[in-house]
Design a protein around this ligand. Structure first.
Ligand SMILES: [Zn+2]
Ligand SMILES: [Zn+2]
Length: 285
């Protein structure tokens, strides 16, 4: 067996939230690579959980930029960073969900890869606001999973000074009372702390995503042997079984190399060569 190109390689990780706990094991076990946390980083300057949900393409860009931050402080060729976004799901306002994005950059081989994972597993909830002395605080905080899961207390109901790293229920209650008293509208807001090291569910999702990324990197390009050969796109247009016109169904899959551009088309996994007539606009009408 030939060693993987990343065996023994140090891969920088831009995180201040202990994400190495999720990312190091698959990279060690599948590639033999060592994840090293980049020193002196303030990745929060690139965006934090503020309740706003950025567009996915903005998240991809941010995670690639964040990965490249690691090159400033470390003598390495490869780096990883991740970004997450949690909030209400479109069309289902009471159901929360999340999107996690993990970016990998190998600046020597010119590889830039992004893997994503969507999840319904989250303790994220809509903002809960309280006035001084509100007796509902302990139950609300418990519903967020505290103390195993962290919570933030925010001054005022439109966002303001944020209190982090609260360790006991008494600390949370005291912070709610203090921030409500100091706010202009007499309210303080409690939200889930979505930072990975204070959110075990998020850490679990990151672990699954890290395995996905490491598995992809474990696959080498059949032509140039660069890591990361895998799924690139799924062109639509599977022909209708009745009239042969293209439908919105996926026609075939394309796997490709992020380094040399080599690509291979492969048929659908389910072996379908035609789409049902019900999916055809021409035949359905
Ligand atoms: Zn048709
Ligand atoms: Zn290649």
């Amino acid at each position: 067996m030939v060693a993987h190109p990343y065996a023994g390689e140090r891969i920088g990780l831009a995180t201040i939230h202990a994400k190495e706990r999720a990312i190091a094991p698959p990279f060690r076990r599948l590639l033999g690579a060592k994840i090293v946390v980049a020193p002196n980083l303030d990745t929060d300057t690139l965006g934090t959980f503020t309740g706003e949900v950025p567009r996915p393409d903005a998240l991809v860009e941010t995670s690639l930029l964040k990965a490249e931050l690691a090159f400033r402080s470390m003598d390495i060729d490869c780096a990883i960073a991740s970004e997450g976004s949690y909030g209400p799901i479109d069309r289902l306002p009471l159901v929360a969900g999340g999107l996690e994005i993990m970016a990998f950059v190998d600046r020597r081989r010119g590889i830039r890869l992004v893997e994503t994972l969507t999840t319904h597993r989250t303790n994220w909830q809509n903002l809960m606001s309280f006035e001084v002395g509100d007796p509902a605080v302990p139950q609300a905080v418990k519903s967020l999973g505290f103390p195993d899961f962290g919570v933030f207390v925010i001054r005022g109901s439109v966002g303001g000074h944020t209190v982090k790293d609260l360790m006991t229920l008494d600390d949370v209650i005291a912070a709610v009372d203090r921030e409500a008293r100091l706010s202009e509208d007499g309210k303080a807001v409690v939200v889930a702390d979505m930072r990975a090291h204070r959110n075990p569910t998020r850490m679990k999702v990151l672990r699954a995503l890290a395995w996905k990324l490491a598995r992809r990197l474990a696959t080498l390009c059949p032509k140039c042997k660069a890591p990361g050969f895998g799924h690139l796109m799924s062109p639509r247009g599977l022909p209708c079984e009745n009239c042969g016109e293209p439908t919105h169904w996926i026609d075939f899959e394309i796997d490709g190399c992020a380094s040399c551009g080599h690509a291979i088309a492969r048929p659908r996994k389910d072996g379908r060569r035609a789409a049902p007539r019900l999916s055809c606009r021409a035949c359905r009408d």
